[in-house]
Design a binder for this molecule. Structure first.
Ligand code: NAD
Length: 382
């Protein structure tokens, strides 16, 4: 009864079921405690207060006029380093009911999913994690699909060297994804990122707000981490913007970088800032040289953050790779720009004022993406 009452006010039924399940799994909790909890919940809802951390779980119950409550499903294709990390973080965030992990390698996704499901009682989440070897029917009706399938870089390789293998993989994966989840929002992670996003968009034939690539969150995270180290402050207090393609031509924007609102240019001299920008541009390569393969913790976390922004309809602003049609004076190209992410995917492309020098760097970056797009076009696979 209480649940039905709450249902009317909440769009996030998942949070409620979670709370219920949580309470039920604690036999030592008295009915009184249950009663107190739901009384507080109801009173907060009546006051239109967004509820956070009300009880055991840090889940958000958001008020909405939308009477339709959905239980979200996310599929991650590629159960390798990045895909498995992304699946783990999405599961731990406890924001969707099911995560499907899919890979071409027999047993890999089933094994990792089972391992992740067995982590649930320890790390306190109830997202169901399911594995499937090449069986896309298991991914049917996903709300969001993250594509990480493909080969990663080895030392000495650029992201663009992966093009011939990964274009074929992303093409076939996208065809399967869209067959079973025609309405899904697709997040691309496979490299070369901008061009793989182009491939997925072309193959899916879905609207441009539903296909986007993850690179900007990762690149700004690297930039912010290096800045935090240099300034000896928390990376959380650094806000930064970075645009362009995911490669050495990316365009970090110190003018739009702040530390708790203070322009970073007031805190660091130009030489130090230039060194950090240079290290950010080569940040992926630094890790490839150290580990013999590309990074996964930060990339998996970045993709999971995008999933969260979409499934929770957070309207967060992140740099993401999207199709530009005139914005920033660029046309028919996929590059990183700041966007608003919500339940409809890319809900807005935000155009900020660039100096002539910044604009020239962005155009240069877009040009190098275009060259690789032309390589794919010449492959005649789209
Ligand atoms: P990985 O080798 O650990 O995992 C890739 C997985 O994809 C493997 O398990 C493989 O079996 C699977 N796979 C290959 N072909 C497939 C297919 N047709 N269908 C389903 N699964 C398939 O590699 P990783 O480190 O996880 O990296 C994955 C991709 O992400 C690479 O292309 C890498 O360059 C890219 N990456 C991008 C970013 C970014 O910022 N966008 C960051 C890191 C890595």
């Amino acid at each position: 009864m209480v649940l039905r009452q709450l249902n009317k006010n909440c769009c996030d039924i998942l949070s409620l079921t979670r709370h219920f399940r949580e309470l039920n799994s604690y036999p030592d909790q008295s009915n009184k405690l249950n009663e107190c909890f739901f009384t507080k919940l109801l009173s907060d809802l009546k006051k239109e207060v967004p509820i956070q951390n009300t009880f055991y779980l840090c889940t958000r119950i958001k008020k909405s006029n939308n009477p339709k409550y959905t239980i979200m499903k996310v599929t991650v294709v590629g159960a390798g380093n990045v895909g498995a990390t992304c699946a783990q973080i999405v599961a731990e965030k406890n924001i969707v009911s099911e995560v499907v992990l899919l890979d071409i390698k027999e047993g890999l996704s089933e094994g990792k999913s089972l391992d992740l499901w067995q982590t649930a009682p320890i790390n306190f989440y109830d997202t169901r994690v399911v594995g499937a070897t090449n069986d896309y029917s298991k991914s049917a009706d996903s709300d969001v699909v993250v594509i990480t399938s493909g080969v990663p870089r080895k030392p000495g390789m650029s992201r663009d060297d992966l093009i011939s293998i990964n274009a074929g993989i992303v093409k076939s994966v996208t065809e399967n994804v869209i067959k079973y989840s025609p309405n899904a929002i697709i997040i691309i992670v496979s490299n070369p990122l901008d061009v793989m996003t182009y491939v997925a968009h072309a193959v899916s034939k879905t609207s441009k707000n539903k296909v986007l690539g993850m690179a900007g969150i990762l690149d700004t995270a690297r930039y912010r981490a290096f800045l935090a180290e240099a300034l000896d402050i928390s990376p959380r207090d650094i806000q930064a913007l970075l645009m362009g393609g995911h490669g050495d031509t990316m365009v970090p924007l110190p003018r739009y970088t702040t530390v708790a609102g203070i322009p970073v240019t007031e805190l660091l001299d130009k030489e130090t800032l230039d060194k950090i920008i240079d290290r950010t541009k080569k940040g992926g390569g630094e890790l490839v040289n150290l580990m013999g393969t590309s990074a996964w913790y930060a990339p998996g976390s970045a993709a999971a953050q995008m999933v969260e922004a979409i499934v929770m309809d957070q309207k967060r602003v992140f740099p993401c790779c999207v199709k530009l049609e005139g914005e920033y004076g660029l046309n028919d190209i996929f590059v990183g720009v700041p966007v608003k992410l919500g339940k409809n995917g890319v809900e807005k492309i935000i155009e900020v004022k660039l100096t002539d020098e910044e604009q020239a760097l962005l155009v240069e970056s877009a040009k190098s993406v275009k060259e690789i797009m032309n390589v794919v076009n010449a492959m005649n696979i789209l």
